[in-house]
Design a protein around this ligand. Structure first.
Ligand code: 8IG
Length: 274
């Protein structure tokens, strides 16, 4: 099946997710996975602390998935066995809404994780920070979100309660593991352009703390599938107009590297206790 078939109205996206999960089960030899992890910008080195994958699958081998579109992202998924026998399905990349492949493609990894047996998904991303005190390299727990994409992964009269999109128990667990962890509201813009300073001011006024181009649609699809959701952002830059000095890309890269250890330990310790 071609990756764009998933957007055909006659295709059932859950059936494609079932087919994808079957390929993952076959290639890993594991009938089910327990936790899924989506790696956003800057999170790959952190995820390496989770454990060693015993299987790596090219996205292009799995129904409904496409190759990575963002430089620095890996177009593969990996299966990491944990000491207690559980398995983590680690997605090295995601499909963004701005790629124009449709919302079904954006949430296909989430639905595949659900079909593979995962009851929890950890969504990570790199984003812009609205609070000046959050320096590049600061991980922030997502407490809630504002979806400014004007779309939804749900089709038809599918009413899903979003009171606790980001599972309170998992947020408590993360803060227990790292009491200094900040929390904030993530605002998803469509992108792929970054915001103007006026849009960033708007995001603050409406209650946002972080701006990015992913995560909210995936979180909604995960809730629809009945999964628990944990969202963690890595602030890689101050959002436009927040810092008086223009962004120094080298500084951002350095900050990401410096954060890898903290973020990786956090991820590993959270996954251990989920
Ligand atoms: I990395 O400042 C990263 N992704 N929308 N704004 C938006 N997305 C981002 C940003 C940012 N930084």
């Amino acid at each position: 099946m071609r990756a764009d078939d998933i957007d055909d109205p006659s295709t059932d996206p859950r059936q494609v997710a079932q087919a994808a999960a079957a390929v993952i089960a076959e290639r890993t030899g594991a009938p089910r996975h327990d936790i899924a992890l989506v790696l956003g910008s800057g999170w790959k080195p952190a995820a390496d602390l989770l454990g060693t994958a015993d299987t790596e699958i090219d996205n292009t081998d799995v129904p409904g998935f496409a190759a990575a579109a963002v430089e620095g992202h890996t177009g593969t998924m990996r299966s990491v066995p944990l000491a207690d026998g559980r398995r983590v399905l680690v997605y090295g990349t995601r499909t963004h809404y701005y790629e124009g492949r449709g919302v079904r493609s954006v949430v296909h990894a989430v639905r595949t994780a659900a079909a593979a047996g995962c009851s929890t998904i950890v969504l990570t991303n790199g984003c812009g920070g609205l609070r000046p005190e959050w320096e590049p390299g600061t991980p922030v727990l997502i407490s809630d979100h504002i979806n400014l994409t004007a779309t939804s992964p749900l089709e038809g009269a599918t009413f899903v309660d979003l009171t606790d999109v980001y599972t309170p128990r998992l947020r408590d667990l993360a803060r227990e593991i790292d009491p200094s962890l900040e929390e904030g509201v993530y605002v998803q813009f469509r992108g792929p352009h970054y915001e103007t300073p006026a849009e960033v001011r708007m995001a603050r006024v409406i209650g946002g703390d972080l701006v990015g181009m992913s995560t909210t649609l995936e979180a909604i699809a995960a809730r629809e599938a009945g999964m628990d959701v944990l969202g963690i952002s890595l602030v890689t830059n101050p959002a436009a107009g927040i810092s008086p000095t223009p962004l120094d890309h080298q500084e951002v890269i350095e900050a990401g590297r410096a954060a890898a250890q903290r973020c990786g330990e956090l991820l590993a310790r959270i996954v251990e206790r989920i």
